[in-house]
Design a protein around this ligand. Structure first.
Ligand code: FAD
Length: 502
């Protein structure tokens, strides 16, 4: 179809694709720099996975120290200009968020010296965290379930209240299907489904892709991740649409291999995967009742999955062509009766109301429904699992000796987390690689302009948030929320500054 033949349903200056955090910040900034904006969201509700976040947002005191730190963690996979821009963004972030928080009186909490998920590299001392603390009168959105942790919901509410205050239009149930370009390859609008009908929407200035990651796109995960399957939690709307749209207009992709995650559960009768509890930052003092063994009943990892391990090495993904296969997918989590009573082992989080599930505090309901298998003895456990009983006994004996010595020489699990596994009955659950979010997508420059494979910007197209994230080597725990603020600010302002097309 020629451009002249397009029957535009409506038009605006800047179209934002996706109503998660990155989309909202982009829209706020495009609006504040004088542009008309429209947010199109695929799902029934805005929020994406931003609303599920633990809510830690990393910031930095000193730009040059942050550059030092990020240069090391980015491992040569992103350019210096982008690192410098991100470092400046980390320094400016707290004041910017405080400005937004005035909309509803939310408290911005600062945690100095919070080094969870920060590597011991030069410059690390400048990193700290903020989060949205008290937010008077807000008990959480009614369509999501994040348990007792409302940090991510509060963070999102600060952004969304700013959108509402500015009267920025938001259309939910309005998936964008593709980008529309002119004869020079510039992006001039989108095809979207509005009220169930395909409609062309014109963007006089630009389109900002803020459609999140590909957590729920099985084909892309199979294509780009070595481990398979990698199950997802979160927002089923995150199917990598922005990646496909950007590819179709010539974008280069980057960081597709890189995801943030740990391990968790996947049951046939419940659609999303379920993250273990605790889920995010590591706590070396909190007892964890389980060990994890491979398909031969051998332990192989530090079960306190630090963010460090999330990014750098994913022990479950180990592949041995001589076996052949993946002897740790699934792996098995084992604990005993005392462990069962220590607290719930899982933490379901979902942005989809139909998936709401509250895990029992003592794990008994999940034993009763068959998700957790129970055995009266270790011999019965080995038999039920098809394991060599001697191998299981050797694993448990060694573990219990290590616990008694308060030292895990095998995988260096912190002493504060280790407990014996000796009191019957015994329990076992399969565990799988699990991701909270992906980082890959269209490559962008320091202005968030989407680049083609030759490094040239695709005119009038921007990407923000975890869609083509800055993080392409080692992750900075709390960095995705920082990124959605930093990238959204930049793209919103840059898009608004463009000349309108006639
Ligand atoms: C449980 C959990 C905890 C986390 N905790 C933290 C944390 O504490 N700190 C941190 O920094 N990060 C955390 N993260 C990661 C962080 O939340 C995300 O990386 C970040 O919020 C992504 O923001 P986004 O706006 O890019 O994507 P999203 O928030 O996912 O938004 C993308 C939106 O685009 C929509 N969309 C998709 N396709 C289309 C389409 N075709 N048309 C229109 N709309 C579309 C989606 O439905 C979605 O609403 C966590 C993630 C999870 C799952």
């Amino acid at each position: 179809m020629t451009i002249q033949a397009i029957d535009w349903r409506t038009e605006t200056d800047v179209i934002v694709v996706g109503g998660g955090g990155a989309g909202l910040v982009s829209a706020i900034n495009a609006h504040d720099h004088g542009a008309g904006v429209l947010i199109l969201e695929k799902m029934d509700h805005v929020g994406g996975i931003t609303i599920l976040a633990g809510g830690g947002v990393k910031a930095a005191h000193d730009e040059s120290l942050a550059i030092q730190y990020l240069t090391r963690t980015q491992g040569g996979r992103v350019g210096d200009a982008l690192i410098a821009t991100f470092a400046r963004g980390l320094v400016e972030l707290p004041d910017y968020v405080r400005g937004l928080a005035r909309v509803n009186g939310a408290e911005v909490t600062v945690r100095e010296g919070s080094h969870a998920g920060v590597y011991p590299f030069p410059g690390a001392e400048t990193i700290y965290s903020i989060s949205i603390g008290a937010l008077p009168g807000f008990g959480g959105y009614d369509w999501v379930d994040t348990g007792k942790n409302l940090n991510g919901q509060r963070f999102f509410k600060v952004l969304f209240d700013n959108v509402l205050k500015r009267d920025i239009p938001v259309l939910t149930r309005s998936p964008v299907r593709s980008l529309i370009t002119d004869g020079d390859g510039a992006v001039i609008g989108v095809w979207a489904d509005l009220d169930g009908q395909r409609a062309a929407i014109r963007a006089r200035k630009a389109v900002i892709l803020a459609s999140g990651g590909f957590e729920f796109n099985e084909k892309l995960k199979r294509e780009y991740f070595e481990a398979t399957p990698v199950y997802a939690m979160g927002n089923p709307g995150n199917t990598g649409d922005g990646i496909l749209m950007a590819q179709k207009v010539g974008a280069a992709l980057w960081h597709m291999w890189h995801f943030h995650g740990a391990y968790g559960f996947k049951f046939d009768d419940y659609e999303p995967a379920i993250r273990i509890a605790p889920g995010g930052a590591r706590n070396p003092e909190r007892p964890i009742p389980w060990i994890i063994v491979d398909q031969e009943a051998r332990r192989f990892m530090n079960e306190l999955h630090p963010a460090v391990q999330d990014t750098a090495a994913r022990p479950l993904g180990f592949y041995d062509p001589d076996i052949p296969g993946t002897p740790r997918i699934p792996a098995y989590l084992i604990f005993d009766e005392d462990g069962r009573r220590l607290g719930r082992i899982a933490n379901p989080l979902t942005a989809h109301p139909e998936h709401r599930y509250v895990w029992s505090e003592d794990n008994q309901a999940e034993v009763d429904r068959g998700w957790i298998r129970q055995y009266p003895s270790t011999a019965a456990l080995a038999d039920g699992q098809g394991w060599d009983p001697a191998a299981l006994t050797a694993t448990l004996d060694r573990w219990n000796r290590n616990v008694a010595a308060r030292h895990d020489p095998d995988f260096k699990r912190p002493p504060g987390t280790i407990v014996p596994i000796a009191t019957p009955p015994f329990y076992v659950v399969p565990v799988w690689p699990l991701l909270t979010n992906t980082q890959g997508g269209p490559e962008h420059d320091e202005q968030q302009r989407v680049l083609d494979p030759y490094g040239d910007p695709i005119p009038r197209l921007y990407a923000v948030g975890e869609l083509g994230s800055f993080f392409g080597h080692l992750y900075l725990l709390g960095g995705n929320l920082s990124e959605l603020v930093i990238s959204g600010r930049i793209a919103g302002e840059a898009a608004a500054a463009l000349e309108s097309r006639p």
